[in-house]
Design a protein around this ligand. Structure first.
Ligand SMILES: [Zn+2]
Length: 172
């Protein structure tokens, strides 16, 4: 009898490394043909990784065989499919909005620099509350933990069971 080993291995791999379960990323071993550049955000796909680097972009776009694409992060943004949502609420937020948003923008820049596919895709300022959509569940979690560290307040994380989606609420 044949044992479906491949299936088992695949299942465990997906459970452990949830980013590989992201339908916006190409299946393993079927990465993009190098060099690819995102027409929307100028991220460069090179050595099997994405980079947001103005110098690298200038250097690569001069090459002949460029694969002009929409990167997975821009695709999520276009289709409005976030992997994380952070809600900010409370009077303290209203009084310190600029400062708090600066902290969040810095974290976005740090995250994009490390991995251009992990970024803030949209910020909806609704006056009393602010909604931040991210392309990565981990980034949403990180924003919650940074705010809690900097300003205390209350933070709540609601994780989807496969960890692909995270809803975070911070209030003070
Ligand atoms: Zn892009």
């Amino acid at each position: 009898m044949k044992v479906p080993r491949g299936k088992e291995v695949g299942r465990h791999t997906r459970d452990n490394v949830y980013t590989e379960n992201d339908p916006y990323l190409p299946p393993k071993g079927k990465g993009l043909v190098e060099v690819a550049i995102c027409k929307d955000c100028t991220a460069v796909y090179h050595n099997k990784k994405w980079f947001l680097d103005a110098k690298l972009y200038e250097e690569k776009k001069a090459l002949k065989d460029i694969n002009w694409v929409i990167c997975p992060a821009c695709k999520k943004t276009k289709e409005n499919v976030p992997n994380g949502v952070v809600m900010l609420k409370g009077d303290f937020l209203k009084q310190h909005k600029v400062e708090i948003m600066n902290l969040i923008h810095n974290e976005d820049a740090r995250s994009k620099n490390y991995n251009p596919l992990k970024r803030i895709m949209k910020i909806n300022d609704k006056g009393d509350e602010i909604e931040i959509l991210t392309t990565s569940a981990k980034l949403a979690q990180r924003i919650g933990s940074i705010l809690h560290k900097a300003y205390t307040g209350e933070v709540e994380y609601k994780k989807h069971e496969n960890a692909k989606f995270m809803r975070v609420e911070w209030r003070r």
